[in-house]
Design a protein around this ligand. Structure first.
Ligand SMILES: Cc1ncc(COP(=O)(O)O)c(C=O)c1O
Length: 352
C-alpha cells in the first residue's frame, strides 16, 4: 500500500465522519485505541456512509497498527508495512482481506504452515491436561519426544531448550548468525550487535564462511585448543548464502582430522527447510552436534534442542545445565513431537 493511499484514506474518514457521525469521529480519530477495537470487532456506527467508512477505516486500521507497533515497542526490526491478521497454511490475510503467500515462513518457524490442525490439536489437548511438571519431576511426554527426535535424526541424545540462541552456547568460530544472547553475539562478526558491550568473550576464533583452507590453517595452528567449530550450513541472516560445493564435507573431514566438534546450527535450515530433513544431508555430512529451533515449535511457541551422541552430550553438558521451561514443558514437547510428522510428509512432497 502506498503512502498516498494511506494519507488519502485518513482524510476520507475524517471528512466522512464529520458529515455523518461526530461520535465516531471523536471516538476514533482522537482515541485511536477505541477505533482499533471497534474496527477489529467490526463495530461501525456510520450507517449512512457504511460502505465508504468500512473501506477506508480498515485501511486506517492497518496504518494505526503499524504506528502503534512502532511507538509502543522497541523497534529492533524494520518490518515490511503489511499487517497479518489471519493465516492458514502458507496463506496470510491482512485486515482488509488482501491475501498473501508467506514465503518467508517466519524465518522457518512456521515451516509446517500457519495454524496446522495437528499442531493446534496437540497444543490444546495437552495444554488442557498438563502444561508443566518442572525439572523436579518426570512427565509422560518427554520419552516419546526424545525417542522421536533422536531416532529421526540419528543421534543418541537430545537436550531440549527454549530458544535458538540458548541452543548455540557451545561455540567456537564463524561469521554466521546464531542469535542475540551475549555469548552468541560475541562470537558473531556483527560489530553493531556488540557495540557498547564488553569485555568480549575470550577464546573464540573467526573464519570466513566457505573458506576451508583458512579453517585448516587455524586447526593446524590451534587445533588442540579448539573445542568446536560452529556454523550455519546456509547463512540466513547474512542474506541466504550457500557455501561452495564440497565445503560441508571439507569441514567434516577437517573436524574429524583435528579432533574438533562440528556443531551445525540448523535452527533455520533444519526440518525440511532446504528440501532435505537437514541442510547437511545435501552433502551427506553428519555433524557431531546439531542445534534445532524455530520449526521445532510448530510455529506456536519457541523451543529448541541440541542433538548429539552420548559421549559428546555428556562431555559438553553437565547436570547443572538449566533450562527451566524446556525439557518438562509437556505441551511444547507434545507439539514438537507432532510438528515433525507433517515434515516427513513435506519431505516426501519436496523431494518428489
Ligand atoms: C541460524 C540461527 N541461529 C540461531 C538463531 C537464534 O534463535 P532465537 O531467536 O530463537 O534465539 C537464529 C534466529 O533467527 C538463527 O537464524
Amino acid at each position: 500500500m502506498s503512502h498516498t493511499t494511506l494519507t488519502f484514506a485518513i482524510l476520507a474518514v475524517a471528512d466522512d465522519c464529520r458529515c455523518c457521525c461526530t461520535d465516531h469521529r471523536s471516538s476514533s480519530l482522537f482515541y485511536p485505541n477505541r477505533l482499533l477495537r471497534a474496527l477489529i470487532a467490526d463495530d461501525r456506527r456510520c450507517s449512512d456512509h457504511r460502505c465508504c467508512c468500512a473501506t477506508v477505516t480498515i485501511v486506517i486500521s492497518v496504518l494505526l497498527i503499524i504506528v502503534f507497533s512502532v511507538l509502543t515497542s522497541l523497534n529492533i526490526y524494520h518490518p515490511i508495512p503489511i499487517v497479518f491478521s489471519q493465516a492458514k497454511g502458507a496463506t496470510v490475510w491482512d485486515p482488509e482481506g488482501n491475501k498473501y503467500l508467506f514465503f518467508l515462513s517466519a524465518y522457518s518457524a512456521v515451516n509446517q504452515g500457519h495454524c496446522h490442525p495437528k499442531i493446534l490439536k496437540a497444543l490444546t489437548e495437552q495444554a488442557e491436561k498438563l502444561t508443566l511438571s518442572s525439572r523436579a519431576f518426570y512427565n509422560d511426554r518427554f520419552p516419546p519426544f526424545a525417542e522421536h527426535l533422536t531416532s529421526m535424526l540419528g543421534y543418541d541424545m537430545v537436550l531440549p531448550m527454549n530458544t535458538g540462541a540458548e541452543g548455540a552456547i557451545i561455540v567456537s568460530c564463524c561469521g554466521c548468525f546464531h542469535g542475540r544472547t551475549l555469548a552468541v553475539i560475541f562470537i558473531s562478526c556483527d560489530n553493531k550487535a556488540t557495540q557498547g558491550f564488553g569485555p568480549l568473550l575470550p577464546g573464540h576464533l573467526k573464519v570466513d564462511f566457505g573458506d576451508a583452507e583458512v579453517l585448516e590453517r587455524i586447526f593446524k595452528e590451534k587445533g588442540e585448543h579448539i573445542a568446536g567449530f560452529l556454523l550455519e550450513l546456509i547463512q540466513g541472516e547474512a542474506g541466504v548464502i550457500i557455501p561452495p560445493d564440497g565445503y560441508l564435507k571439507a569441514v567434516r573431514d577437517l573436524c574429524t582430522r583435528y579432533n574438533v566438534l562440528m556443531i551445525a546450527d540448523k535452527i533455520q535450515t533444519g526440518l525440511v527447510r532446504t528440501g532435505k530433513m537437514l541442510a547437511c544431508d545435501w552433502e551427506e555430512v553428519r555433524p557431531d552436534i546439531v542445534i534445532l529451533g524455530k520449526a521445532l515449535g510448530g510455529g506456536v511457541f519457541s523451543v529448541s534442542a541440541v542433538l548429539a551422541d552420548k559421549d559428546v552430550m555428556l562431555f559438553a553438558f553437565d547436570e547443572d545445565f538449566e533450562a527451566q521451561l524446556a525439557d518438562n514443558d509437556d505441551a511444547r514437547l507434545d507439539v514438537s513431537l507432532l510438528a515433525r510428522s507433517p515434515d516427513q510428509e513435506l519431505l516426501k512432497l519436496v523431494t518428489q
